[in-house]
Design a protein around this ligand. Structure first.
Ligand code: ZN
Length: 77
């Protein structure tokens, strides 16, 4: 019998948190999503094991621009 095992890796984007931030493009308080892209080991196309964080970014829900998460701390002492 031949067992065919299909595995690979896949990037999965998940939402860490939401809130409001001062968008550099919209110039004002805009709602954002803090998104985290993680690489997963997949077996039969199902993400099973997280392999690590590829990137994190803030996405403005008004202009849909991508910004660095460090922007959240900017402007506050
Ligand atoms: Zn914006």
């Amino acid at each position: 019998m031949i067992a065919l095992i299909i595995f690979g890796s896949k990037a999965v984007t998940s939402c860490v948190t939401t809130g409001e931030f001062d968008c550099p493009y919209c110039h004002g308080q805009q709602p954002f999503k803090h998104l985290r892209v993680r690489k997963f080991f997949t077996l039969y196309w199902i993400p099973l094991i997280p392999l690590g964080v590829l990137t994190e970014y803030l996405q403005c829900q008004s202009c849909f621009g991508k910004y660095k998460p460090s922007l959240l701390g900017a402007g506050k002492p």
